[in-house]
Design a protein around this ligand. Structure first.
Ligand code: ADP
Length: 460
């Protein structure tokens, strides 16, 4: 071809545009803390919604009794029951079931969806065995994890703002989702009640806190990303007429909406412009699992077209949005073979690309550049939260503080985890960062919601 440019300058420019040196990370952490303060002052004027969770009391370990959890956040919903035995016995028994939601329900009416959920819950409740015991005179209480944008109105009510993640159910937006569920349970003749409506990050925090009193932040890094933390009510100017006996409450930051000071490239801007929510969720688009692979694909397409990176490639494949997924990127980066066979195979399989060794090495450099930026920015975001907590005395320096972490990206991508931890250590210095423990909590959110039903029980 004529006008072929070498690949090296494209890579160099990418690395320069994605660089996250310490001063940049510091600026991102400071901006995160500043946006959090602004979001706590008023409902508008900040990127960060800083949503009140109405969760003022966290599990202590003393909870006793039978509680249910219902988790709706994707194409499956999960139901769970747990028998809690208090300080010494803790979790005596637990059982769960997962039900996948048929496509027609995701595109149906609100009544159809909630009837489907109530019937799944009823089937599960019918199978409750002798390990589980409910004191007489009580209804079974449910912690309801609902991971869609909700305007929470109390611990057990919240208005759906809009469906996301492929749901297109008619008639729920603008309604209280707990009332929708209660109505469906009534139609089904199911005598249970929702005691807590929680976001999945809030459930994760509660679940981790049950085992460890030092947990005060929870972060999810999966398909999307979000974070919540424990805040002092005195530090929430927009909170009016809400009394918390503990003086503290959980704030759901919705930090995916953050956007200040991020190092972005043309590839990011193009991906954003072509997305279903242009201009929104910029932090999420830079650090979460749904997008990292797509950014890499866009870079590789440019390298293939402008720089002839690959000898042969199927343009239709490599130009299809989201064909290269973050798990593919991660799998390529785990390839330790001399001639990078795994990289070769994945490139061929997912992108229809034939690569020589040199091209495969460049592909790995691109992956590393994007995962490094994502992991380091996520780390800076966490430090921003810790800084905000420090100024409202939520974080005492020298005290152990645990960040509960959940999500497939963090769980399955070792390089991401390392870059994230590196950024936290660089920003805080080794002495302080020794007291900040980032702990992976697998499926804390399911049990967390049941625990929040217990701490917010109608019978206490
Ligand atoms: P969700 O966030 O969809 O509720 P998960 O927390 O399980 O669910 O996260 C799933 C996401 O994790 C996937 O969309 C993907 O981006 C990421 N992921 C899953 N497996 C891997 C992997 N092996 N390597 C890197 N990322 C992965």
């Amino acid at each position: 071809r004529s006008n072929v440019v070498p690949v090296a300058p494209i890579l160099t420019k990418l690395q320069k545009d994605c660089a996250t040196p310490l001063p940049l990370l510091r600026h991102v952490a400071d901006s995160m803390a500043a946006d959090m303060r602004a979001g706590l002052s008023a409902d508008t004027g900040s990127d960060l919604p800083m949503i009140l969770s109405y969760v003022d009391s966290l599990p202590t370990g003393n909870e006793k009794g039978l509680f249910y959890a219902l988790d709706l956040g994707g194409t499956n919903f999960r139901v769970l029951r747990v028998q809690l035995g208090g300080k010494d016995d803790r979790v005596i028994a637990t059982e769960f079931e997962q039900v996948s939601i048929p496509q027609e329900i995701m595109f149906g009416t609100s009544e159809e969806l909630f009837d489907f959920i109530a019937s799944g819950l009823a089937n599960f409740a019918e199978k409750e065995g002798g390990n589980f015991q409910l004191p007489s005179g009580r209804k079974r209480e449910i912690g309801f994890t609902f991971s869609f944008p909700v305007k929470q109105t109390s611990i057990d009510s919240g208005i759906l703002i809009k469906w996301t993640k492929g749901f297109a159910v008619s008639g729920t937006a603008g309604k209280d989702v707990v009332a929708c569920l209660n109505d469906a349970m009534e139609r089904r003749g199911l005598d249970m009640q929702v005691s807590a409506l929680v976001n999945d990050t809030v459930g994760t925090l509660a679940g981790a806190r049950y085992w460890d009193d030092d947990v005060s932040v929870a972060v999810i890094l999966g398909t999307g990303t979000n974070a919540c933390y424990i805040e002092c009510v005195d530090a929430i100017p927009k909170l009016q007429g809400h009394n918390s006996t503990s003086g503290r409450t959980i704030i759901n930051t919705e930090w995916g909406a953050f956007s200040n000071g991020l190092p972005l490239t043309q590839f990011d801007r193009d991906m954003d412009a072509e997305s279903i929510n242009p201009g929104e969720q910029i932090f999420e688009k830079t650090i979460s699992g749904m997008y990292l692979g797509e950014i890499v694909r866009r870079v590789l397409l440019k390298m293939a077209e402008a720089g002839s990176l690959f000898g042969e490639f199927v343009l239709e494949k490599l130009s299809t949005p989201f064909v290269l997924r973050t798990p593919d990127m991660s799998a390529m980066q785990q390839d330790n073979s001399q001639d990078l066979e795994v990289v070769e195979a994945i490139l061929y399989k997912v992108a229809g690309v034939k690569s020589n060794l040199n091209a495969r090495k460049i592909v790995l450099e691109v992956c590393d550049t994007i995962v490094k930026r994502g992991g380091r920015l996520a780390g800076a975001g966490i430090v921003g939260i810790l800084q905000k907590m420090a100024d409202s005395k939520g974080l005492v320096s020298g005290k152990r503080t645990v960040v509960a972490m959940d999500g497939g990206l963090y769980e399955h991508y070792p390089q991401y985890r390392i870059y994230l931890q590196d950024a936290v250590t660089e920003l805080l210095g080794s002495e302080i960062s020794n007291n900040i423990v980032i702990e992976h909590t697998k499926d804390g959110s399911g049990i967390g919601a049941a625990l929040l039903a217990a701490t917010n029980s109608k019978y206490e």
